[in-house]
Design a protein around this ligand. Structure first.
Ligand code: SF4
Length: 374
């Protein structure tokens, strides 16, 4: 079983916090789309076993229908997608109209990941999002009529612009939409070389208030419990039965094929590779029939550390029998540190393994890093 990821490297505007690969010059879009289709055709993909397709970015929803068809034709020429379980497209609210929804349905899309990020007009502007609150409400109303498409929404918390009450209000608001079955909620982080980093460095906006972010994370955990959803990963929450299949497969180390500039791939074992995060260089390499890729062969320690980093973020956490397949002596070697984590209330330990408590989830990445092997 495997997944297919397609990276669409274009956005209408550059959000101030974002460090993903994208370009706001849409002029060479057709060339990039053709190069993605060519890359798919050049790649060996098993004819059967495709479980999920995910179009991310960037902003896939700004593609025209003929551009979608070019990529989908290439995918269908390589592998059977008639039985895939999940086909997700990331969309931004300003792109959603009845034509786009119809096109997505025709393509077989059954899940939309909607980049709301906020329902606060000032915050949307401060983050330089391309949409307004009104456009978000229109998009939600249109998508909510489509019973064949389930919705995941992205929201950001812990920002300088959103109060605790507003954050609770946003969480309550999305519960009103019956097709929203999934939430990806991220604390705002200041990434290097972003406009946000520049604004913080120049004191144009205040640095991230970690206490506020922690409090809003707590509000989120309580809300998820109250509405009976599942907190199945540090940033991901869903109604029962609606875990994201594609992303869960990343966390279960299943293989995936990534296409487009900056897209990552994994063979399910020891090979990871990723494409050039530059549209012009990507296109030029593909047009010369070469793969613009860097390849990494994972060592035993890399695999162990990846397992810890990824799994500790999940509800199930670290499973003894799995980690002992990677290193038999690991549990014994880390006994003292795990007891220290438990006595601080950061993890719970049982006979199957250990997992983060809500207190531990606040510092999950730090706790993982201390368990890594160098
Ligand atoms: S729309 Fe998404 S990918 Fe594009 S700049 Fe904004 S956050 Fe980044």
């Amino acid at each position: 079983m495997f997944g297919i990821y397609v990276h669409i490297p274009f956005c209408r505007k550059a959000c101030h916090y974002c460090n993903f690969h994208f370009s706001t010059s849409l002029g060479n879009r057709t060339r990039v789309v053709n190069a993605i289709a060519a890359e798919i055709r050049l790649t060996h993909i098993p004819q059967t076993g495709c479980q999920s397709i995910y179009f991310g970015g960037g902003t896939p929803s700004l593609l025209h229908v003929d551009e979608w068809e070019i990529i989908m034709k290439a995918i269908k020429s390589k592998t059977d997608i008639s039985n895939i379980q999940e086909f997700t497209v990331e969309c931004n609210p300003e792109d959603i109209d009845s034509d786009l929804i119809e096109n997505l349905k025709q393509l077989g899309v059954n899940r939309v990941s909607l980049g709301l990020q906020s329902l606060n007009e000032l915050e949307l502007k401060a983050m330089n999002r391309a949409h307004s609150k009104e456009q978000s409400l229109t998009a939600l109303a249109l998508l909510n009529k489509e019973k064949s498409i389930t919705l995941s929404v992205d929201l950001i918390y812990g920002t300088p612009w959103k109060s605790d009450e507003e954050w609770q209000g946003e969480l309550d608001f999305i519960k009103k939409y019956s097709t929203i079955k999934h939430l990806s909620a991220y604390a705002l982080t200041v990434e290097e070389k972003t406009v946000l980093a520049h604004q913080v460095n120049k004191n144009i906006i205040p640095p991230i208030d970690e206490d506020k972010a922690a409090l809003q994370f707590d509000i989120l955990q309580k809300h998820i419990k109250k509405v009976g959803w599942e907190a199945y990963e540090i940033s991901n929450y869903c109604a029962e039965g609606y875990r994201a299949i594609h992303n869960s497969n990343y966390w279960n180390f299943l293989p995936y094929y990534g296409f487009g500039p900056s897209a990552h791939s994994y063979d399910g074992d020891t090979l990871r590779y990723w494409n050039e995060p530059n549209n012009a260089r990507y296109v030029s390499a593909i047009e010369n029939h070469s793969f613009p890729r860097e390849i990494e062969k994972l060592t035993e320690n890399d695999r162990l550390n990846e397992y810890i980093m990824v799994k500790l973020r999940t509800k199930e956490g670290i499973v003894w029998s799995d980690i002992e397949l990677l290193r038999m002596s690991w549990r014994k070697e880390k006994k003292t540190m795990l007891e220290h984590y438990k006595s601080n209330g950061w993890i719970d330990i049982d006979e199957s393994g250990f997992y983060l408590t809500n207190k531990g989830r606040l510092i999950g990445d730090e706790l993982s890093a201390n368990l890594f092997e160098s």
